[in-house]
Design a protein around this ligand. Structure first.
Ligand SMILES: NC(=O)C1=CN([C@@H]2O[C@H](COP(=O)(O)OP(=O)(O)OC[C@H]3O[C@@H](n4cnc5c(N)ncnc54)[C@H](O)[C@@H]3O)[C@@H](O)[C@H]2O)C=CC1
Ligand SMILES: CC(C)CC(=O)C(=O)O
Length: 362
């Protein structure tokens, strides 16, 4: 990959490679766009096949955060980090502390939080070296692991999507297929079960499947069989790019709405879904609950206020579908329009010279 060419093409501001060999740290921080404020996005720890895969992932995730934060109405830019390694075996205190020092060195341009492979405890460890970390434990005055809040946002966003597709926001009696039942999806399944939805689930870690089968009367299928299950809603809640050339014709659902970041392998998969009459809930709009929750920490965490803001995901999803209908475009393009218009208008508003620029987030 020609990195600078890629950065210029998609307007990335900065990419930072972090290495500390005694702790085994190999990490990449990508800052996509800070027009709206400091870049906020989680840290993913994953055993990538190679370094290029890690770079591709962090770039895609960072850009997604720019759009997510903009569409959610947050005064935050987009960034993300990845640590290369197996989160179950390779993680250690020194690695996370070294990573925290690199974040501190960015002086607030990037603020981190949890993502796949990192936990509330990891955020507390990173916090030993930097103030620019959210999603820490409530004992430190923060909001804790954002996953349950992300799940709540996905749940209300799914209801808005059901209203658009089926004419009612009720999920009672609907068959919902959930791909990946980790931190977010466990809580999502709980909300769906309580509303009376029927669940079909899968995961590559069997104990996680058993947990959901036992708690929420879910039916389990093998990971590859999930695409062929006839259902009302397909909910991708694992990693990205599961809507691709190989899977798109197998998906048996009129609606796709789930928590995973970067669900579409390429933008044209959003066009294909639109042409097939499948309503796609743009991932970064429906899964903004977690970032809304951790962003609240930047003004002194208040759980009630954060949950109230997360309910706004319903309105934002509805707005996306209104734009899609009005402009006769696929929903993924409507979401991009919503985010890009906000960034452009704030950029224009901040053009006039002022001597002491007011920057509330520092
Ligand atoms: N944790 C959060 O608050 C947020 C998470 N997200 C996104 O939601 C997704 C899930 O996040 P978490 O629940 O935190 O992660 P997690 O790691 O707890 O859950 C992901 C699950 O997917 C499973 N999985 C991976 N590949 C799979 C495959 N091919 N088939 C079936 N299962 C597979 C994993 O075994 C794991 O249990 C990720 O894409 C993440 O970036 C987005 C916004 C916020
Ligand atoms: C704190 C996280 C929930 C933010 C993030 O990285 C995401 O929404 O993907």
């Amino acid at each position: 990959m020609e990195l600078f060419e890629q950065m210029a093409k998609e307007n990335y501001e900065q990419v930072i490679f972090c290495q500390e060999k005694t702790a085994g740290l190999k990490a990449i921080i990508a800052i996509h766009d800070t027009t709206l404020g400091p870049a906020l996005g989680g840290t993913r720890m994953w055993n990538y096949e190679n370094e290029e895969q890690a770079l591709i992932d962090v770039l895609r995730l960072a850009k997604g955060m720019t759009y997510k934060n903009a569409a959610a109405g947050l005064n935050l830019g987009g960034g993300k980090a990845v640590i290369i390694g197996d989160s179950r075996h390779d993680k250690n205190e020194a690695m996370l502390r070294a990573f925290g020092r690199y974040i501190q060195g960015l002086n607030g341009r990037y603020i981190t939080a949890e993502d796949v492979g990192t936990s509330e405890m990891d955020m507390d460890t990173i916090h030993l070296e930097t103030e620019y970390v959210t999603g820490r434990s409530p004992a430190t005055g923060a909001g804790g692991n954002p996953s349950p809040v992300t799940a709540y946002g996905v749940y209300v966003g799914m209801k808005a999507t059901a209203k658009e597709a089926f004419g009612s926001d009720s999920l009672a009696g609907k068959t919902i297929v959930v791909q990946g039942v980790g931190n977010v999806a466990y809580h999502l399944c709980e909300f769906l079960y309580k509303e009376g939805a029927k669940l079909v689930v899968t995961d590559i870690h069997k104990p996680l499947v058993d947990r959901v089968v036992d708690a929420f009367e879910a039916k389990a299928v093998e990971p590859d069989a999930i695409y062929d299950v006839e259902c009302d809603i397909f909910a991708p809640c694992a990693l990205g790019a599961t809507i691709n050339d190989e899977t798109i014709d197998r998906i048996q659902a009129p609606v796709i709405a789930g928590a995973a970041n970067n669900q579409l392998k390429n933008p044209y998969h959003g066009d294909l879904l639109h042409n097939k009459g499948i309503l796609y809930a743009p991932d970064y709009v429906i899964n903004a609950g977690g970032v809304i929750n951790v962003a609240d920490e930047l003004q002194g965490y208040n759980q009630k206020r954060a949950m109230k803001s997360v309910e706004n995901v319903f309105e934002q999803m509805t707005k996306v579908y209104e734009i899609a209908r009005r402009d006769e475009i696929p929903s993924y393009q409507a979401a991009n329009r919503l985010a890009e218009e906000r960034i452009a208008s704030v950029k224009a508003a901040r053009k006039p010279y002022v001597r002491n620029t007011k920057n509330v987030l520092g």
